[in-house]
Design a protein around this ligand. Structure first.
Ligand code: ZN
Length: 70
């Protein structure tokens, strides 16, 4: 394998790991009202509590679990 190819592969792997950790941090406890699923990717609008449901991939309203219960 050429040096360029090796470099590309490493960068790609790091980017995937980086994105995964980003999503973990940016997904607080929100649940779609349709499926009780997480918001999909970065589709979530925190102010409107709307986004794409990660289960049915349709637009959905979300509940903020941190604000509910009491
Ligand atoms: Zn859904």
């Amino acid at each position: 394998m050429s040096k360029m190819g090796e470099l590309y592969l490493n960068t790609e792997k790091e980017e995937i790991a980086f994105n995964a950790s980003m999503y973990e941090d940016e997904n607080p406890d929100y649940q779609s009202s349709c499926c009780s699923a997480d918001p999909f990717g970065n589709s979530f609008d925190e102010e409107e509590l709307t986004g794409i449901c990660s289960k049915c991939y349709d637009g959905a309203n979300f509940n903020d679990l941190n604000k509910e219960g009491e």
